[in-house]
Design a protein around this ligand. Sequence first.
Ligand code: ATP
Length: 344
Amino acid sequence: MSGLTLQNVTKQFGTFTAVKNVQLTVPHGTFVCLLGPSGCGKTTLMRMVAGLDLPTSGEIRLDDRDITHVPTHKRDLGMVFQSLALFPHLTVGENIAYSLRIRGVGKEEQKKRVDELLSMIHLSGYADRPVAKLSGGQRQRVAIARALAISPKLFLLDEPLSALDAKLREAMQVELRQLQQRLGITTIVVTHDQREAMTMADTVVVMSGGEIRQAAPPVEIYRRPADTFVADFIGMTNLIDFSADATSASVLGAPVSGLAIPSGLTSGILSVRPEDVRLTAPGNGAITGTVTFVRDLGGTVETFVEAGGKQIVAVSMPNARPDVSVGQSVGIQLDPADCVVLKS
Ligand code: ATP
């Protein structure tokens, strides 16, 4: 199987397990984002893929070759880490050509490749510029080009955009994804920014406590979270307790039929995205609640409703804004197709 495979990879620091038994396949040419809160083990996992740390146990394979113990410089990697570490005294061209030069690539060939890469990162004509005279976004692109100069098999980036301001960061996310698609290079990015992960990845790998909670395409992660951690970590959601018997489920004191509840499960949690919560007139068997707050953000309107001691958030577009005000009693309608049934 071509691409990267991690088999039962574990990393312990003393008695502390930073990465637990990770199984992951990154098919050739795909883009994977490792996403999770601070300390969840993303960087440790990436460092093992890079060969900067050795797993305590488990195996790492690249294109069907066991690379677990292969030193970094023999792994065929391109790496960009948060601290870009461009050589400040060299020009843009010299930075990009660096790894070609130490591999003994000839001057002509180096120049050709640098020109190719500069055009790829939209910086043609910048070869002779000192890197100190570049903007943050330009430096980022040079770091990317430098990592790609040797046409690596695997491209690894750890929080590559975190030093950039929000606007530039968003633009670079799109650029990086387009570049990856053009080159068809297998890429892994570490980020703690879910929007960044959702923008770029074919597969988002959500980690917590050193373990993979879910690895799936962005939309699936959002629409079908595997557990309450993923549901809560990705975007906004309502986590609502339910109880069930063989025939019906009770949610916040009202019956909800049609939920896909696994047999034997008598209670659990529904994850319902705010945009899937419909507010109606009370009655007709709907869950009943009271509006506590309305937040109009311009692009969306958030309505907060208290029901059965729980706060439920409904989001709508301004043109479908519910006609409600604080203190008003409302009905909450849930479409079973939009409810993800999770274990408590
Ligand atoms: P962040 O987003 O903050 O960078 P992360 O998800 O990348 O976090 P890691 O850097 O992989 O997390 O760290 C995972 C856990 O392992 C943390 O609890 C960290 O303190 C611990 N850890 C990492 N490196 C070492 C080390 N060399 N020695 C001891 N503990 C370590």
